[in-house]
Design a protein around this ligand. Structure first.
Ligand SMILES: NC(=O)c1ccc[n+]([C@@H]2O[C@H](COP(=O)([O-])OP(=O)(O)OC[C@H]3O[C@@H](n4cnc5c(N)ncnc54)[C@H](O)[C@@H]3O)[C@@H](O)[C@H]2O)c1
Ligand SMILES: O=P(O)(O)OC[C@H](O)CO
Length: 335
């Protein structure tokens, strides 16, 4: 019997706990707020993030991270990307010595430019063979409703990734293995930035031509960055890249697309975030990806323009106008 911990009881942490339970694991689901852990234990649902979705008996909510981690084979990290290092540094001494640590977060760490798997390795003091990521077209609500979905499980260690694939393969959730961790993580993080741009277009009233153009050019630039970092370009045409960009940019469920839409409609980031308990990772990851691109001398105009809009340096309408008025180029330049 696989025993797993999911650390972070937001939308995705809770939904992935269901995936693991449906795949036959027992799951300790850690919630940052004790009140939420207690409510989930009595109500058998997460009213703050996934109301109406019943928690299976195999999922045990707790506010005690020790209880969630005890005896686990896998530790799934479902806190926001920019909070991962601080939390995992505290949790590391409590993680079982042979557990595999799996990132469910989609982001690049600000200032360090590190991917989540790199942050995990540093914070937990473990090698890449004990680190994996799950990333793909996985809007939490639809996954929690057991709508069919595919995803990617990635690790440098092929055996680890096959075992992880088995641990999270449920009747409705179909994981594919990939050993290109760099490409999978960059794709998963960058799609949130592309979704902000598409949201801006939606908020400005632009239609599918504009959105499709932003998606395609956004994928082209993150592929350039990925290749510069040693990723397989094909990864960006797969579930972690194209698949997730299509899901995220098409769905009103996407927090990143929602926030971009609010910006396009004239609200500020603060106004768009007000009242929400949820995270739109692209808001902070855009600058992190731009810093990374600068270090590797990769041109990423979508990420650059999104970062300028988030910082209030460029208006949403200027984002579109500026991207369209860039100098003419071959479609495939730089990779
Ligand atoms: N929601 C989805 O559909 C989805 C799907 C796939 C991946 N993800 C990724 O999963 C990760 C977790 O996001 P989510 O969607 O589950 O969360 P969420 O947006 O639903 O809720 C925010 C979560 O972050 C926690 N949080 C807020 N501030 C915190 C802090 N300072 N320290 C620790 N925790 C804090 C909250 O307690 C809550 O658990 C993100 O990187 C996200 O991109 C989300
Ligand atoms: O709501 P978003 O924009 O964080 O996207 C959710 C998932 O990452 C979609 O795969």
């Amino acid at each position: 019997m696989t025993r797993a911990a999911v650390l972070g009881a937001g939308s995705w942490g809770t939904a992935f706990a269901l995936v693991l339970a449906d795949a036959g694991a027992t799951v300790g689901l850690w919630a940052r707020r004790r009140a939420l852990a207690e409510t989930m234990t009595t109500l058998r649902e997460n009213p703050d993030y996934l109301p109406g979705i019943r928690l299976p008996a195999a999922v045990s909510p707790t506010a005690e991270v020790e209880a969630a981690l005890a005896g686990t084979h896998y530790v799934f990290l479902a806190v926001p990307a920019q909070e991962l290092r601080s939390h995992l540094t505290r949790w590391a001494p409590l993680v079982p010595a042979d557990a595999v640590l799996v990132s469910l977060a989609k982001g690049v760490e600000l200032h360090s430019g590190k991917r989540m798997s790199e942050v995990i390795g540093e914070a937990a003091g473990i090698g890449p063979e004990r680190v994996a990521v799950v990333t793909g077209p996985n809007l939490a609500r639809e996954v929690a409703e057991r709508q069919p979905a595919a995803s990617v499980v990635a690790s440098v260690d092929a055996d680890v990734v096959r075992r992880l694939q088995r641990a999270c393969h449920s009747p409705a959730f179909r994981p594919y293995t990939n050993t290109d961790v760099v490409g999978c993580e960059l794709a998963g993080a960058a799609k949130n930035v592309i979704a902000l741009a598409v949201g801006v277009a939606v908020g400005l009233g632009f239609g599918d031509n504009t959105r499709a153009s932003l998606i395609t050019r956004g994928l082209a630039e993150v592929t350039r960055l990925g290749v510069a970092l040693g990723a397989d370009p094909h990864t960006f045409a797969g579930l972690a890249g194209l698949g997730d960009v299509v899901a995220t940019c098409s769905s009103p469920l996407s927090r990143n697309r929602q926030l971009g839409t609010a910006l396009g409609e004239g609200r500020t980031v603060a106004e768009a975030r007000a009242g929400s308990r949820q995270v739109a990772e692209g808001v902070r990851t855009c600058a992190a990806i731009l810093e990374l691109a600068g270090r590797h001398r990769v041109d990423m105009p979508v990420a650059q323009h999104v970062t300028q809009v988030v910082r209030g340096e460029l208006s949403p309408s200027e984002l579109i106008a500026s991207l369209v008025s860039r100098s003419a180029k071959p479609e495939r330049h730089g990779w």
